[in-house]
Design a protein around this ligand. Structure first.
Ligand code: NOJ
Length: 550
């Protein structure tokens, strides 16, 4: 095995305790002013992210794509979409991250390709039963003339998971499976050619120096034999199963990939996006010979409620600890309502791509949401293991709710005829400086989604160096987390607080989180950081404090 690379101060098993910052390229920073973020934009602002105090970045897809699902519809896994730049730009991004001491992981999308991928185009041009069709999941339709989909599976974005094609002679033909948009046909992972394709993709990016991969829909690659009907449940709970989720065969794929990563040294990692519950099942993805991390969506889906948090933290430590892995923690990403809004309203299914819009029943209370979000982050960053941050949460950005229908882009909105708003509200271009066009996102003022007026005062430049701002809170939390080695610590619960409060010791720090409205006395010691101002040793409602007690 090659020796680990030296990047900043990070050890070979850097991911175990790392804070990883998600960059969503479309909305981070726009170098060429066309309204969509790009790689030169990311490179220009990366020093700001390094200064925040994170250990690594994860870049959502920047590959060649018709952008039907914001880049998760990949037409070429080994090239960059001109919208974002070139392969040389991607190399410059990898190198710049490393020079800044940041590890970099990229997104890998193995469940499906774009319908514009050359393999899918070849499959359409070749007949039923051909080797080209066998790379995807084509089936004859049901009904007397094949006019019905082969089974009752529903797309995650709404509507049927099957689309019928016209054969080369124009006659109605076979159906193909797409768990997501009809422009995202699912690969058939029973086909060795698909395995070879992705082995090559892994090597391609590892050769360019990436430190790992975030694996999209990691629990979906293998479908149940015979493609049996699914049980249709309205508003399924987070991590609900079904004949296309979490089939045993997926684990074989990750055992194979682990060997490829290890051939590059001990410091490359895989992180599973696997919406699988309970966490004891999710933990199967991070057994010692599989992936290194999995997003803890059980944690993400938990309300800011002391007892629920204590339960999910215990469950996480037990489930992941049981397979010898530290847990991850996450509150926001590009698929869910931003936590500053989620906690300000009673979102029934905040963790699903349901989104929030002008006609949604629950209007978030912005002030309460931000208070709770700051407190929730201060709790999360004190937990041992690895934490994921989503761009803009360090500014306290709320969800953009009032996006006009005509501007919406998420396929979820269209496939449900507007019944579900989808994820555009968490994907709006970042505000950097309100004195500039598009709040500093670029120099032209163009944005692919409109920025809400309240983003101006939350721009980074306005929070920079301002005591008590959300940006400075994140910086303090990240610096102290590193200094006190909290990522490598343990959780020892403190008892005796009211039900709306949890407290624990990690290393020399006592962390106390007040999820209720009533103030609570802080333990004796030196207050090192708090998510709200603390007076006379009393922690206000909806706040978290770190106190050095030993
Ligand atoms: C999960 C990604 O996070 C989401 O954005 C995407 O739409 C689906 N997978 C399909 O690739």
């Amino acid at each position: 095995m090659p020796a680990p690379r030296i990047v900043g101060n990070s050890p070979a098993d850097w991911w175990n305790h790392a804070v990883i910052y998600q960059i969503y390229p479309r909305s981070f920073a726009d170098g060429n002013g066309d309204g969509v973020g790009d790689i030169p934009g990311i490179i220009s602002k990366l020093p700001d992210i390094a200064k925040l105090g994170v250990d690594a970045i994860w870049i959502s897809p920047f590959y060649t794509s018709p952008q039907k699902d914001a880049g998760y519809d990949v037409a070429d896994f080994q090239d960059i979409d001109p919208l974002f730049g070139t392969l040389e730009d991607a190399q410059a991004l990898i190198d710049t991250a490393h020079e800044l001491g940041l590890r970099i992981i990229v997104d890998l999308v193995p469940n499906h390709s774009s319908d514009q991928h050359e393999w899918f185009q070849q499959a359409l041009a070749s007949g039923p039963g051909s080797p080209e069709r066998a790379r995807y999941i084509f089936r004859e339709g049901a009904g007397s003339s094949g006019e019905l989909p082969p089974n009752n599976w529903e797309s995650v974005f709404g509507g049927p998971a099957w689309t019928r094609i016209s054969e080369a002679d124009g006659s109605p033909g076979q159906w193909y499976l797409h768990l997501f948009d009809s422009s995202q046909p699912d690969f058939d992972w029973n086909n060795p050619e698909v395995w070879e394709l992705f082995r090559g993709v892994l090597r391609f990016w590892l050769d360019r120096g990436v430190d790992g991969f975030r694996v999209d829909v990691a629990h979906g690659l293998i479908k149940a034999d015979g493609l049996p009907d699914q049980e249709i449940i309205k508003d399924p709970p987070v991590g609900a199963g079904g004949p296309f989720w979490n089939q045993e065969g997926v684990h074989e794929v990750y055992r194979d990939w682990r060997k490829i990563l290890e051939s590059y040294g001990p410091d490359r990692m895989l992180c599973a996006e696997a919406w699988v519950m309970p966490l004891s099942k999710m933990a199967h993805y991070v057994r010692p010979d599989e992936m290194h991390q999995a997003f803890n969506f059980g944690y993400l889906a938990t309300d800011f409620d002391a007892q629920a948090l204590r339960a999910i933290i215990d469950e996480s430590l037990e489930a992941f600890g049981g397979v010898g892995s530290p847990s991850t923690w996450v509150l926001s990403n590009h698929d869910v309502v931003r936590h500053a809004s989620r906690f300000g309203a009673d979102f029934v299914s905040g963790a699903h791509p349901t989104g929030s819009g002008p006609l949604s029943p629950n209007k978030p209370d912005t002030e309460l949401g931000l208070k709770k979000a700051r407190a929730a982050t201060a709790l999360m960053l004190a937990l041992p293991g690895s934490a994921y941050l989503y761009q803009g949460e360090e500014l306290g950005l709320p969800e953009a709710i009032d996006i006009p229908d005509a501007d919406r882009q998420d396929p979820t909105f269209f496939r449900t005829q507007g019944e579900r708003y989808g994820r555009d509200g968490c994907r709006v271009p970042l505000p950097w400086d309100s004195a500039e066009p598009a709040n500093g996102f670029n120099s032209t003022g163009e944005t692919w989604l409109p920025q809400p007026p309240e983003y101006a005062e939350l721009a980074r430049a306005h929070q920079n160096g301002v005591d008590g701002s959300t940006l400075e809170l994140y910086r303090s939390l990240l610096a102290l987390r590193a200094e006190e080695n909290l990522g490598k610590g343990t959780v020892a619960w403190n008892e005796g607080y009211p039900d709306s409060v949890i407290a624990f010791d990690n290393s020399a720090i006592t962390v106390i989180s007040n999820t209720g409205s009533q103030p609570v006395e802080l333990p004796t010691g030196e207050l090192v950081v708090a998510s709200q101002p603390v007076e006379s040793g009393v922690l206000p409602g909806y706040a978290t404090a770190w106190v050095r007690t030993s």
